[in-house]
Design a protein around this ligand. Structure first.
Ligand SMILES: [Cu+2]
Length: 286
């Protein structure tokens, strides 16, 4: 028994130290959108309920093994299937309990969280089109006529272990996506080549970018800051090298930034065609 405890303890220590070395966070990142907060609450609720169930069932098992054993003079009863009312009750009550927990305790809040995620009302204050490409992201603000690409900036030296890895190793880009705080933003994802997936953990959103399809989700970021994520659909040899970086700034800062990104007025005739074409595609997608 003692060696078993030692074995368990060493496994725990090994897992703990490996996690510490990797700088791994076990829990969700701080949620900054309503969707991320609901997802975290849902996760916590499920964890608490299944932990209680785990300990109740384990306790009953241990109690049964320790008290109703052969040494204490108990004889195994031999029967097939429930034969009396008490046995039926014991067979059906766990089923009924699980049914109530699954549909009532988990189902209702889970449905609410999914409905929030799939909110398709068109009251978005800003639309961002995200296009995945091997191996970069393209961001477009169709109404504002702004479009640019966002690529990894981690030097090749760090990737090939020729230099020490930076603080945001593989999570840094040249042109981050800039968004205003507190605005409802509708995201539309698509792809130029293969399936990618746009993911920012702190936003609680992840949506596949599928070639030939427009898929959508929305987010309302409540806190300014820099948020990092990654492509999360294996998309080829540099799948690990197309991170997502989002700078969430105040609404005034955003207005200034978007104005600086707009194409100069001199090229207006050609630039004006873009947003109109983009809007037509968006209207069709709804
Ligand atoms: Cu990708």
């Amino acid at each position: 028994m003692r060696s078993l405890y030692k074995f368990g303890l060493s496994i725990l220590l090994a897992l703990g130290s490996a996690a510490a070395l990797a700088g791994y966070a076990f829990n969700f990142p701080d949620p900054v959108t309503p969707i991320a907060r609901e997802t975290l609450h849902m996760h916590n609720l499920v964890m608490v309920v299944i932990l209680i169930m785990f300990f109740v069932v384990l306790g009953m098992l241990i109690y049964s093994f320790r008290t109703h054993n052969k040494a204490a003079g108990f004889k195994a009863s031999k029967f097939t299937g429930p034969t009396n009312r008490k046995q039926w009750l014991w067979a059906l009550s766990p089923f009924a309990l699980l049914f109530v927990i699954d549909y009532g305790v988990f189902g209702i809040p889970a449905f609410h969280a999914v409905a929030l995620y799939e909110d398709t009302r068109t009251d978005a204050e800003l639309v961002v089109k995200v296009t995945g490409s091997q191996w970069l992201w393209q961001y477009e603000f169709p109404a504002e006529g702004v479009s640019y690409t966002s690529r990894l900036t981690t030097p090749r030296d760090q990737i090939d272990s020729g230099a020490a890895k930076g603080a945001n190793y593989l999570l840094e880009v040249d042109n981050p996506l800039v968004l205003p705080v507190g605005k409802k933003i509708r995201f539309i994802t698509t792809s130029n080549d293969v399936i990618h997936s746009w993911w920012v953990p702190a936003f609680g959103v992840k949506r596949d970018a599928v070639p030939g399809f427009l898929r959508e989700f929305w987010a309302k970021v409540e806190k300014t800051g820099t948020y990092r994520g990654q492509c999360s659909e294996l998309c080829g040899k540099e799948h690990g090298f197309m991170p997502v970086v989002v700078n969430v700034v105040s609404q005034e800062e955003f207005a200034k930034w978007i104005a600086s990104k707009k194409p100069p007025v001199a090229s207006a005739p050609t630039a004006a065609v873009e947003p109109v074409a983009g809007t037509a595609v968006l209207a069709k997608a709804q």
